[in-house]
Design a protein around this ligand. Sequence first.
Ligand SMILES: Nc1ncnc2c1ncn2[C@@H]1O[C@H](COP(=O)(O)OP(=O)(O)OP(=O)(O)O)[C@@H](O)[C@H]1O
Ligand SMILES: O=C(O)c1ccc[n+]([C@@H]2O[C@H](COP(=O)([O-])O)[C@@H](O)[C@H]2O)c1
Length: 272
Amino acid sequence: MAALIVSSARHPVIASGLVLRYPEKQPIVLVACGSFSPVTYLHLRMFEMAVDYVRQNTDFEVMGGYMSPVSDQYKKPGLLSAYHRVNMCTLATEQTSQWLMVDPWEAFQSYQRTAVVLDHFEYEINTIIGGAQLSTGERRPIRVVLLAGSDLISTMSEPGVWSEKDLDHILAKYGTFIIERAGSDMDHATEALARWRHNIFLVPQLIQNDVSSTKVRLFLRRGLSVRYLLPAPVVEYIEEHNLYTEDAPSHDKKDREKERSIDIIVMSHGHW
Ligand SMILES: Nc1ncnc2c1ncn2[C@@H]1O[C@H](COP(=O)(O)OP(=O)(O)OP(=O)(O)O)[C@@H](O)[C@H]1O
Ligand SMILES: O=C(O)c1ccc[n+]([C@@H]2O[C@H](COP(=O)([O-])O)[C@@H](O)[C@H]2O)c1
């Protein structure tokens, strides 16, 4: 609750009552769930890519974008405390954007499924704030839409990761913008989700960039520079708090493979 109110204080659109600029359009907000350990430029780019896609291909109007860092109880390797992750996301959004925000509600409590997180946004934005306002004073509900990379969406086709009921809740009620991610095939990501096709929007990545938080953590552990991969205030925050220097190697097979391939590249360039 306080989360969105805190965010709205610096958000011109929300502070002015979420005014819809084009009344013929359907207002939406984008919500990205994830670890953000740490937040990278690619996380911020996802929102910009989605907005370009929305302008060119849909009748939606994007009213705002939220990052929702996952709770510490998610216990993913390399997951720094919610305190630092929320601070870094706040620095990244406040200092680079007028319409992106971080909502700390999910981060500072027990683990919440994505379906529950989207319901939280729906409640805050429509029941508490009252949705979007038209110039006539009329109010219109804002649709909450999940923003995710194709690697995350492909886990929706893996047995046992998401509950069938939640998938239907997320994809039938809210829908998703899927950002193409290098190394994760879009067709594969969506092959088991055909029944919700009308609510799934595929956003191609026109400039390939495979920055990931795993790579950034590995660079930091190896003492390599991460400047220009993350917003400068986030780099400064990491340096100031000496973060990720003792990050434990990942237990996840895919992450270990990612780390190994980076190590090979770095070593072949003679860094050590
Ligand atoms: N390079 C990228 N291209 C497209 N989507 C991305 C990219 N990096 C992250 N995302 C998306 O951002 C969201 C949050 O991601 P997350 O915090 O897990 O970042 P990550 O870089 O994948 O992290 P890690 O490397 O720790 O697994 C997810 O939906 C993920 O798919
Ligand atoms: O709600 C679920 O069942 C569910 C299943 C798998 C992943 N998620 C969410 O997806 C995000 C995954 O982040 P990451 O860093 O593991 O890519 C994180 O916010 C999780 O809460 C959510």
